[in-house]
Design a protein around this ligand. Structure first.
Ligand code: SF4
Ligand code: SF4
Length: 93
C-alpha cells in the first residue's frame, strides 16, 4: 500500500484567505451580453443592486448610478428582476 497521508495531515483546501477577492478581478471577459441601463424608465427601486451577485451595480443617494463593467459577468439577473424593464442587454463585440 502507498504511503498516503492521513486526513489530518492534508493541507487545508477551499479556504478564502483574503477578503474582497472579487474587488481586484476584472471579469469583463466572461460576458456574452452586457446589461444596459435605460435612465428614462428607471424608478430607482434598487432591486438590481440587491440581486446582483457581483456587486456590479453602483448606487448613490439611493439611486442607480451605473454598472461597473469590470465586475459584471453578464448573468442578466438584474435585467430579469427589474420591474419596469429599465435594463436591456447588448451582445458583447
Ligand atoms: S431594478 Fe430597474 S428600476 Fe430598479 S433601480 Fe434597477 S434599473 Fe432602475
Ligand atoms: S448582469 Fe449580472 S453581474 Fe452584471 S450587473 Fe446584472 S446582475 Fe450584476
Amino acid at each position: 500500500m502507498q504511503n498516503l497521508k492521513k486526513w489530518k495531515e492534508l493541507e487545508d483546501a477551499g479556504n478564502i484567505l483574503d477578503k474582497g477577492n472579487n474587488e481586484e478581478n476584472d471579469v469583463s471577459g466572461w460576458r456574452s451580453f452586457r446589461p444596459i441601463h435605460i435612465r428614462e424608465k428607471c424608478i430607482d427601486c434598487m432591486i438590481c443592486w440587491s440581486v446582483c451577485p457581483d456587486n456590479a451595480v453602483i448606487s448613490g443617494d439611493g439611486k442607480f448610478i451605473k454598472f461597473d463593467y469590470t465586475k459584471c459577468k453578464g448573468c442578466l439577473i438584474c435585467l430579469n428582476e427589474c420591474p419596469v424593464n429599465a435594463i436591456r442587454s447588448e451582445k458583447e463585440k
